[in-house]
Write a protein that binds this ligand. Sequence first.
Ligand code: GLU
Length: 552
Amino acid sequence: MEDLKLLSNLIFKNIFVGPEEYEAKYPPRALPPGACVTRFAPSPTGFMHMGNMFPAFVNKLISGATQGVFFLRIEDTDKKREVEDGVTAILKGLAAFGLEPDEGVVAEDEEKGAYGPYKQSQRREIYQAFAKKLYEEGKAYPCFCTEEELNDLRQEQEEENVNKGYYGPWARCSRLSFEEQKAALDAGKPFVIRLRSAGDPEKRIVFKDLIKGEIKMPQNTMDVVLLKTDGIPTYHFAHAVDDHLMGTTHVIRGDEWISSVALHVELFAACGFKLPKYAHIAPLMKEEDGSRRKLSKRLDPEAAVMYFVEKGYPKESVLEYLLTLINSNFEQWRSANRTAALTDFPFKIKKMSAGGALFDLVKLNDVSKNVISFMSADEVYDKALAWAREYDPLYHELLLADPDYSKKIFAIDRGGKKPRKDIALWSELKDYTVYFFDEIYEPQYDLPDNISPKDAAAILESYLEVFNAQDDRETWFSKIKDICLPLGFTPNVKEYRKNPEAYKGHVGHVSSVIRLALTSRQNTPDLHSIIALLGNDRARQRLGDALKYHSK
Ligand code: GLU
């Protein structure tokens, strides 16, 4: 006993605070019954991707739906993978989609909440205190094997064709006596701390994954590393200690971690911690050439969360789309609750599919068009302005120069029962509204195939004679109809279809020529509203310029 204490103090130098004190410092949370404490626990690699934003969203949804807590923990134990401002990138990615944590790391050097520190690099003593306890209970031991010895071990295992790793008969340091341990320590040999696995290779663990259902897998038998030579924990050990002390009730993460559950179950048991509930989310998939593969950081630009920010997808659209992937009953709920906030959706983890959902940009765009179509002109203005401030300074300047005018542009075909669904992202808006801004508008004088320049000139000439931007809709349209017949066009589309040889075209073709002259577009929102906004002078000028061009 004496020996053990002595050795323990030698191994875990300067660890004077014990687990009990940490347990007292981080008491169980006082939360309403059923409240879920969830977390997002990324490494600060400087890159937020859909593969971790998706689980982060699910974590946030679950805590939100149960009046729980969603916290952000930074898993920075692997210094090799860390980049500068990595935390900022994560926070920015989360904030862009309204997934701010309730607790945890909130800025590069700032956190909130009573269960911190929330950066693993600042929790060294805590992990060591728990490792020390495991050592004193005989559940962990120092391993002095060198890199070379481990390589030899691997080779031997290869030759004997057995499972690779540090376990059972191969775990040489697990059998060192106290004297041998002491001698190695006295000799200043570097060491790691390993778990003394109690796993039985013949036995299985059974656990209930909240998404995938009951899962059986062989028990862990590996004497995994808990603390590395520098005293820094491995992910597995750190996660067990942290999720225990931070009161995590639900560990919801990507399913690449599923095979680690056997180890996690053993770690929680060895430490005497209550096992949290687990839910493993299948990765987002991409369809390519008829087959499916995982959305890839390397191959797919849309794997990066910032892609959506830069393109100007409203966060509401992305979240709405992700919800269609997350819960099979979301779309049904949405059609019954058209304007309800996403946070009102009764999210159920049970309804998540166990297989990988297809991430489809085309579908996202449709969802986004729908979402934007329900926004008010003021909302579109504010959001587009905020996007342009960052990503399109020129457009930002234009929108800001006359907010009232800009809002009137966005009000065209908005509101009412059937709003126009043509904008999916803010970055499309400039092109879509370009003809409202003389500073950036460059007229093009292409014509529909069936209209000759001569006919176009005749249409524009007749139209200019009667044109008045203040006409009400009816007058405006009857004026267009009136110029048709004298120019060989019919005001009646049906009539034209019956008898196409008799006419040069119909009223739609005539309107097209006018529309093109005013906007250089074949398709626009309501032309009458466009004319009213352009005003007499500008509209006349454009009609006149087009007339001149076609008369050449
Ligand atoms: N740090 C791990 C990761 O980067 C966290 C896994 C977990 O959520 O437990 O994915």
